[in-house]
Design a protein around this ligand. Structure first.
Ligand SMILES: [Zn+2]
Ligand SMILES: [Zn+2]
Length: 133
C-alpha cells in the first residue's frame, strides 16, 4: 500500500510503498527547533521505496552530514536525511495525509525532552539514538 504526505500549503508531497524501517518520537533539540514543536515523530523508509511527488523541497544542512528538507513556500519540515542513516529517508510523521494511522514504537533522545512535556505511554525510551527497530 502506498502512503502519502503533504506540507501545510500542499505544494510539497511525497509517497512511499512498503514497510517502514523506523517509527519513533524524537526529542532532540535540533528536531524541536526545526519543527518549533516540543517533540516530533519520524517514519523511516528505504530511499528506493520513496518518491517526492510535488514541488521540489528545499534543503538545509542542520549539522555535518544531515539534511532537513522543507517546503519552500510554507516552510513545513518534511524529511530528514543523514549520512549515518545511508539509504534511508526519515519523514516527519505529522506530514502524513493520514497521520492518525501512524504508530510510534519508541522514543529517541529522551534525555533531551522538555520537562513540561508529559507523554503517558509504555514505549521504550532511549536517552540517545536507537538501533533501527
Ligand atoms: Zn508548503
Ligand atoms: Zn531529532
Amino acid at each position: 500500500m502506498t502512503k502519502r504526505g503533504h506540507c501545510l500549503c500542499g505544494a510539497v508531497t511525497w509517497e512511499y510503498d512498503g514497510k517502514e524501517t523506523w517509527a519513533c518520537y524524537c526529542h532532540c533539540e535540533d528536531c524541536r527547533r526545526n519543527c518549533a514543536a516540543p517533540v516530533t515523530a519520524f517514519i523511516g523508509v528505504r530511499i528506493e521505496s520513496f518518491r517526492w511527488t510535488g514541488a521540489t523541497a528545499k534543503s538545509y544542512a542542520s549539522s555535518p552530514g544531515v539534511q532537513r528538507h522543507f517546503c519552500n513556500t510554507c516552510g513545513t519540515p518534511m524529511a530528514f536525511q543523514a549520512e549515518h542513516y545511508a539509504g534511508e529517508i526519515h519523514l516527519y510523521a505529522a506530514t502524513l495525509d493520514a497521520p492518525e494511522t501512524f504508530e510510534p514504537k519508541f522514543h529517541v533522545h529522551y534525555a533531551q525532552r522538555l520537562p513540561w512535556l508529559h507523554l503517558n505511554d509504555n514505549l521504550p525510551k532511549h536517552d540517545g539514538s536507537a538501533d533501527q527497530a
